[in-house]
Write a protein that binds this ligand. Structure first.
Ligand code: DX5
Ligand code: ZN
Length: 223
């Protein structure tokens, strides 16, 4: 499967966001990962649709929006409208997962298809994915408790990724498996070897002395 490097802007210098995004794009990033937090689902408040809309104008990179919010059904249309290419919601945030996945797929305008992802907190069982696994484009497995960048990688996430990849293979599904939290040069290969093919990396890119070089180095490691 193709590997995707998805730098997460959460720990970037927001006063220089445009320059940082240009650097990751030139460094070969595949997607731009945008962490949306509402102060309820997680104890942090971050970016809204206005930021997505502004970024849409300055980058060609697909915008990979990770919604850590309650009532995602209210917000999916906002992010679709703002220019999201992929919208991931948390299984824990809804009792209507299949309907939400359909809403994401239906929310692209003018023939655009928005990719639908479902994310799980580290302690949520993989069985939560079963009702929608055949429908979704991507699963986002958290390897930290969502809310903040710069946390330590939870190694149990590797076992979960392997189990999920095996399950997808058994069902004949090519679902992208994305992992998010605490990933950097020291563990990205182990994450790939566990069956992950989309890598969200925040601190290790945006807090590096040279953002473009850090992006290139990670791309090289991923092969
Ligand atoms: C955590 C976010 C992540 C995280 C990644 O809730 O979803 O995207 O910020 O950043 P690092 O790589 O710093 O863990
Ligand atoms: Zn994220």
């Amino acid at each position: 499967m193709r590997n995707f490097l998805a730098p997460s802007i959460l720990n970037s210098d927001f006063a220089r966001l445009g320059e940082a995004v240009e650097a990751v794009e030139r460094g070969g990033a595949d997607w731009l990962h945008l962490d949306v937090m509402d102060g309820h689902f997680v104890p942090n408040l971050t970016i809204g649709p206005v930021v997505v809309e502004a970024l849409r104008k300055v980058t060609q990179l697909p915008l990979d929006c990770h919604l850590m919010v309650n009532e995602p059904e209210k917000m999916v249309p906002w992010f679709a409208e703002a220019g999201a290419d992929s919208i991931t919601i948390h299984a824990e945030a809804t009792e209507h997962l299949p309907a939400l996945v359909r809403l994401i797929h239906a929310s692209g305008k003018n023939g655009k298809r928005i990719r639908a992802g479902v994310s799980l907190r580290p302690n949520t069982g993989l069985e939560a994915l079963e009702p929608v696994l055949a429908e979704i484009d991507m699963v986002l497995l958290m390897s930290v408790h969502p809310g903040f960048g710069g946390q330590k990688f939870m190694p149990e996430a590797l076992v979960r990724a392997r189990a999920l990849r095996d399950r997808c293979d058994a069902l004949g599904l090519n679902t992208d498996i994305e992992m998010d939290g605490g990933i950097g040069a020291s563990n990205v290969e182990a994450v790939r070897d566990a069956g992950v093919n989309a890598f969200v990396i925040g601190t290790a890119i945006f807090r590096a002395p040279d953002i473009g070089q850090a992006t290139r180095d990670l791309k090289t490691l991923l092969g």
